[in-house]
Design a binder for this molecule. Sequence first.
Ligand code: AHM
Ligand code: MG
Length: 310
Amino acid sequence: MLYDIAFAAKVISGYVRRAGLVDVLGAYGKVNVQGEEQQKLDVIANETMKQAFYHTGRVCVMASEEDEDPVPVPVSNKQAKYVLIFDPLDGSSNIDVNVSIGTVFSVHTRVTESGSGTLEDCLQPGRDQVAAGYVIYGSSTVLAYTAGHGVHLFTLDPTIGEFRLADHDIKTPAVGKYYSINESYYQRWSNGYRRVVDTFKGVEDLEQRKNARYIGSLVADFHRNLLAGGVFMYPADSKSPSGKLRLLYEAAPLGFIAEQAGGAASDGRTAIMDIEPKELHQRTPLLIGSKDDVAFVERTIAEVDAAATT
Ligand code: AHM
Ligand code: MG
């Protein structure tokens, strides 16, 4: 399955790299299930992922952030035991301005017995993933994956068109130097999140100050913090009570990577990996990155926001 991912990633990377030269920039003219305007590259990446897996005989069902329902796959042999869930191109708002974007994927073993897979196969907690990862189309194209035995990075070598091992079993620092959050939503946050960000700005104690970095492309923000250490936050707020990011397509696969690298992922209370999904496109607040930083954020919002409700 990882070879199939790598194949799709090369195709998508090819489009991303030539984006200004071939007619793939701009809006596609349709709104997706998330209520967001689809970009042409969203559609190309989605079709590429589906076509790369449809006939392999390895998956029984797929689910994509861009499609409302699970994508059934005709199953002709018993090897089709896997379920593939993906966000084909994350960070759509960055496509037209040449900022890093990515593909996120999650693999489960099917829970139904036979035939085409169903919604039930897709609604499994992150803890049951057998593999997950992402591809970042940045200054180079990098594939990061885990199959439960550490996190490994491969860089696409354009001279031979293959992914080559760049680093293996990487670990993220326990305390990071960056915090990443869209601060323009400050007025919508709970007091707990305001306190967290004030702390990271060093408002009361300069020793606790961190540098701010926010790209607005989850894969790119996550990748930087994974390597350099840091915490990414997309909380629930007064406008989006469940947060913006999606549990199955974004939070769970990145949560698996974070934990395997020694980091953590949480919705503020519960480990992302332990959340039982109820819906395919379920949203979740997300705190992810360096372990001690995630714990600090959890502790602070628990203290401050609990005090506000008593
Ligand atoms: P998308 O799946 O439509 O691209 O949206 C997800 C993106 C993430 O990559 C990013 O972390 C977030 O949306 C940024 O949202 P905001 O602009 O509200 O900060
Ligand atoms: Mg996305």
